[in-house]
Design a protein around this ligand. Structure first.
Ligand code: FES
Length: 66
């Protein structure tokens, strides 16, 4: 789905950026353009980024515990 209508950034693009190590909203904006115009999408973009990071940590944590 489109998260940022101004710059046509999808939730998938945000998750892919998170997988590449993007871990802040400013870095995400620089990488994808999300939130760089009106800013209305920034809360949702940050939520998706946080969820992607939490998912990644859970995966790596499960490996570390094995
Ligand atoms: S909707 Fe993302 S900057 Fe406007």
């Amino acid at each position: 789905m489109y998260v940022c209508l101004c710059n046509a950034v999808t939730d998938r693009a945000i998750r892919e950026a998170a997988a590449r190590g993007i871990d802040t909203m400013d870095a995400l904006a620089a990488e994808t353009g999300v939130g760089a115009c009106c800013g209305a999408c920034r809360p949702l973009a940050l939520q998706i980024l946080d969820e992607a990071q939490a998912s990644s940590r859970g995966f790596h944590g499960a490996i570390a515990a094995a």
